[in-house]
Design a protein around this ligand. Structure first.
Ligand code: PEP
Ligand code: MG
Length: 318
């Protein structure tokens, strides 16, 4: 019986009408990777590699990074791991990476911007990623991308890493961007020829779309990921012709499953403990009904109106 439950937990989540939705786990430590596997995650949909860089005196070298990424892949029994390149900046400073003081760190040198300002740091990380991707399936993604130039600069460093690794193009490697900047969502079609996938970071996308800082309680009511403006941005990404994942907190909210699947999202990445519930929410859905609900949500005037539509969604409560 326990074995049955485990087999069910790790079987794919498919809607009643046959739409498969991968449910992955967000991983910020080696422990998380083990928890993800135990929870039946189909993949690690977001590995926050910062954990390896924080709280120390110097950046980890290529060999150390390679060993840690391999360890995560092993913990996931060879399932795909989605490695996000270093996402730090003014809001998450690193002692060995001094940055100039900024009045608005969330609008400053963070994510891919910091990596491109310190290309050797990114080059080392990419070399570690490439080495691992020769042996196990790896999705690589860049955080906080706002312009195509940023992506192309990062991809050029990736090409250099592939050359340096000396084993040709890694068989298991796919490359994508996180969509966290509203302009990037609106430009998804321009990015599409240069990426294999998009992963929407709704935590940052919400704060930037609504100009309401994440974690600031005084504006928490404004920073609502059910806001139709945020949903329209996700919808724009889904129309760009590439697979779309969501790895922000919204993905773990079972009230949002119909909405996201209905918009066209085919991968949800959530905290390990949320994996089983989200899989069940997917299994309860009818894809066509979800699409109709999502279409209505895009036209709703307020986040509250979106929530009302979701309460009436046929898969919820029958
Ligand atoms: C996000 O912004 O939604 C995201 C997943 O990235 P992080 O929470 O690490 O900023
Ligand atoms: Mg983010």
């Amino acid at each position: 019986r326990a074995a049955d439950a485990l087999a069910h937990a790790s079987s794919p989540a498919v809607t009643r009408d046959g739409v498969e939705v991968a449910v992955g786990a967000n991983v910020g430590s080696a422990d998380d990777a083990r928890a993800a596997a135990a929870a039946g995650a189909d993949l690690a949909g977001l590995v926050r590699t910062e954990f390896l860089f924080l709280g120390r005196d110097a950046a980890p070298d290529v060999d150390e990074q390679e060993a840690v990424y391999r360890g995560i892949a092993d913990a996931l029994h060879g399932r795909r791991i989605t490695l996000r390149t270093l996402d730090v900046g003014g809001d998450k400073p690193l002692g060995y990476l001094p940055t100039a003081p900024e009045a608005n760190p969330f609008l400053g040198v963070r994510g891919i911007r910091l990596s491109l300002a310190r290309p050797q740091l990114l080059a080392d990380q990419l070399l570690a990623v490439v080495r691992v991707a020769h042996d196990v399936p790896v999705d690589l993604m860049f955080p906080m991308v706002g312009t195509l130039d940023e992506l192309l600069a990062a991809r050029a460093l990736l090409d250099d890493a592939v050359t340096l690794a000396g084993r040709g193009a890694p068989a298991g490697l796919r490359v994508g961007i996180m969509v966290e900047v509203p302009a990037a969502a609106l430009k998804a079609r321009a990015f599409a020829p240069h990426v294999d996938f998009f992963s929407v970071g709704t935590n940052d996308l919400t704060q930037y779309a609504l100009a309401a800082e994440r974690g600031n309680d005084a504006v928490a009511a404004v920073a609502d990921p059910f806001d139709p403006g945020l949903l329209q941005l996700v919808g724009a990404v889904c129309r760009a012709g590439r697979p779309v994942a969501v790895c922000g907190e919204l993905a773990a909210d079972e009230r949002a499953t119909a909405l996201l699947v209905g918009l066209g999202v085919r991968e949800l990445s959530v905290a390990p403990r949320a994996v089983p519930g989200v899989k069940q929410a997917v299994r309860a859905l009818d894809g066509r009904e979800a699409a109709a609900t999502a279409a209505a949500a895009l036209d709703a005037p307020t986040a509250a109106a979106v929530r009302l539509l979701l309460e009436a969604e046929p898969s919820r409560g029958g």
